[in-house]
Structure formats: structure tokens, C-alpha cells
Design a protein. Structure first.
Length: 367
């Protein structure tokens, strides 16, 4: 039985059309994946994929991770979501992210249906929310946010058990705290509870999501001090070419020092950088540069946003939310795109300009 993250049989590069100079910059794998994206079936072997180590774990993951926090597709078991996830498997993606809060179990359920029979070849991450499910107000017939709660050993165990049942598996590879809880439970207490779940065999590793850099460092320090026998494996955080203010300047040095895995989510800034969206005026110069670079490399804007995130040494994988099978293949191809140094500098400068404006607005209280 293969461990999760083991490379599947690659599609020979000879099945692809000859690659242009531009395509070489995508890497053979991505270029082949993009060409094959319209013809692969679920029975076809996956094209080659670049695998990287997630932090200091033994998990080997693709640099693109498909999320299940769908925005246009229902967060439930449905044909559209299945088609997207099956295409991810077709093109060679082995890393998938979910959470109990995505459709309150719906996204985990559809992911569980898709991974059935393939579980050992995949890396599955899910997350526990510091709240209960939304409830419907009988007077307005609308849903209101569920009650916030503090994490406890009991509710973390119950949440993981429920996730495993929906996913149709007896373990996940990564189990994360989705965000800090209401009572700001001390890291040493949370680490102890999460370690107990690792020891139970129900998750191989644990981590956090949406935690500030000082707390990420504090969780890691517990392992160094010997207070943690199953130390934190990594974190998820919001980081992209148009939104860096939450991530920088504190998080990068913490990640470089600790060597934790980082799953950077929302490469298109919650969809705001998507080609069909109306662009914020302060981001229009950035978008112009994105499109110029895309044309020069024969790529697409979404692929450039993904390539830029992955050009940062702190990032293990980028977490995207493809909403169609075609977008899944497109995003995966972007994960192997290599940005030439001069084009990277142009993108960095455009990103720096957006960051400067946002920080100025925040300082003035107008943002």
C-alpha cells in the first residue's frame, strides 16, 4: 500500500505536442497538463507532477492544492463539484483541502465520494471550526451564525470523528484549527489535545490556520522545548500578490526559521483578480502588469498569480478554488510556471505599490 503523497504513474511527455519556448517556462509537466486538460478521462494516467515536502513531514504534495470552499458551486455533494475534483485527479493533483465549515460538512461529503478507492495516493487536509453550525431563525427563515465556542479535547475529537465519517476515511493527513477560538485557548493546551489526535492515528499531522505570526512561532517553540511530542506541521494563511498586508512583515521570517509548511490560500484575492471581475482602482496597475507578463509567457492571469505566490520560498503549496474542471487544469499548470527574474521583478514592484497604498489607507483609517 502506497503512503499518501506517493507519485502516481506519469503520462509520458511523448503524448504531448512539441513544446514552444514559452511552454518550457511552464515546465514540461504543466505544459503537458494544460494540453491534456481537454482530453484526459478519469481512467487516464495522470501527467507528471512536481512534488514537494510539506514542512518537516513525510507528506509529498503537489504545489497546487484544490480547495472545497466553493463560491459558485454548492458546498454539497453535487455533480458540478464532483467533476471539478475528478479533473484535479486527472491532471495529477494529490493535495486537497476541506473543512467542516465549508457547507457544514457538505464539502467534506463530496470530497469523500471522489477520493473513494484512491485514498492512499492522496493528501487530505481538513479543519475544525471554533463554532457550531449556523441555525435557521424561525422568524426570518434566514440562517444566523452558529454559536462561537472554545476548543476542548472533547469537541476537537468529536469534530475530527465527524469529518472522518463524512470523508469516508479512518484518517486525514493534516487536521488544522481553522482559526483562533473565542477564549484564545493557550497554545500549549491546544498542542496537547492535537497531539492526542495524532497518537490516536486519526490524523497524521496537525496544524493551524489564520493564526498570527507570534502564535505560529509559539506553537513551534513548544516542540523545540520538548513540550510537544508531535509538533505542529504547518499553517494556512491568506497571501497573494494583491493582499500581503496580513502576511508581511511578520510571517515570512517565522516560516523561514521554523521550516513549517505553508498552504497559501486565495491566489486570486478571493476572486477579485479574476478576469471577469471589476478591478479595484488601486489594483489596476498591478492587473495590467499581470496581463502583460501573462501575454509574454503565453499564460493566463490566474496562472501568473499562482506562479508569483509559489515564487516565494516560504510557500509550500498554493490553495486555489477552481470552480470548473477547466480552471482546475489551468491552475495546476500555473503551479509549474517559472517566472524569469526580470518579469518577477516587474510583478514584485507592482505588488509593492499596492501594498504601500493599502498600508497608507489603513494608517489614515480610510481602508
Amino acid at each position: 500500500m502506497k503512503p499518501a503523497g506517493t507519485r502516481t504513474t506519469p503520462l509520458p511527455l511523448s503524448t504531448c505536442q512539441p513544446l514552444t519556448r514559452r511552454a518550457v517556462l511552464h515546465g514540461g509537466a504543466a505544459a503537458c497538463a494544460l494540453q491534456a486538460s481537454t482530453s484526459l478521462s478519469s481512467a487516464t494516467a495522470a501527467p507528471p507532477a512536481d512534488y514537494v515536502q510539506f514542512g518537516q513531514t513525510d507528506l509529498m504534495v503537489t504545489r497546487y492544492c484544490q480547495g472545497t470552499a466553493f463560491r459558485k458551486v454548492p458546498r454539497s455533494d453535487n455533480t458540478a463539484a464532483r467533476r471539478i475534483l475528478f479533473r484535479c485527479l486527472d491532471v495529477g493533483i494529490n493535495f486537497f483541502d476541506s473543512a467542516e465549515a465549508y457547507g457544514w460538512g457538505g464539502s467534506e461529503t463530496v470530497l469523500g465520494k471522489v477520493i473513494r478507492g484512491r485514498r492512499e495516493k492522496l493528501v487530505i487536509c481538513t479543519k475544525a471550526a471554533p463554532s457550531l453550525a449556523p441555525v435557521k431563525d424561525p422568524d426570518t427563515n434566514k440562517f444566523r451564525l452558529g454559536k462561537k465556542l472554545d476548543f476542548t479535547r472533547q469537541n476537537l475529537t468529536e469534530k475530527l470523528n465527524a469529518s472522518l465519517k463524512r470523508l469516508g476515511t479512518d484518517y486525514v493527513d493534516l487536521f488544522l484549527l481553522h482559526s483562533p477560538d473565542e477564549g484564545q485557548t493557550p497554545p500549549e493546551q491546544l498542542a496537547q489535545w492535537m497531539e492526542s489526535l495524532v497518537k490516536s492515528g486519526k490524523t497524521r499531522y496537525w496544524g493551524i490556520s489564520n493564526y498570527p505570526a507570534p502564535q505560529v512561532a509559539e506553537f513551534h517553540q513548544l516542540g523545540i522545548k520538548g513540550q510537544s511530542t508531535s509538533p505542529i506541521a504547518g499553517t494556512e494563511d491568506y497571501f497573494n500578490i494583491a493582499s500581503r498586508e496580513r502576511f508581511e512583515p511578520e510571517m515570512p521570517p517565522v516560516l523561514r526559521r521554523t521550516k513549517l509548511g505553508l498552504l497559501a490560500f486565495s491566489p486570486q484575492d478571493m476572486g477579485r483578480l479574476a478576469p471577469e471581475q471589476t478591478i479595484d482602482p488601486i489594483e489596476r496597475p498591478l492587473v495590467r502588469v499581470l496581463d502583460e507578463v501573462a501575454r509574454e509567457l503565453g499564460a493566463t492571469r490566474p496562472q501568473i498569480t499562482i506562479a508569483w505566490v509559489l515564487s516565494r520560498s516560504e510557500v509550500t503549496s498554493v490553495l486555489g478554488g477552481a470552480e470548473t474542471p477547466e480552471q482546475a487544469a489551468e491552475n495546476f499548470a500555473g503551479s509549474s510556471l517559472r517566472l524569469p527574474r526580470d518579469l518577477k521583478k516587474r510583478l514584485d514592484a507592482a505588488s509593492d505599490a499596492v501594498l504601500a497604498v493599502k498600508r497608507k489607507r489603513k494608517k489614515k483609517g480610510t481602508f
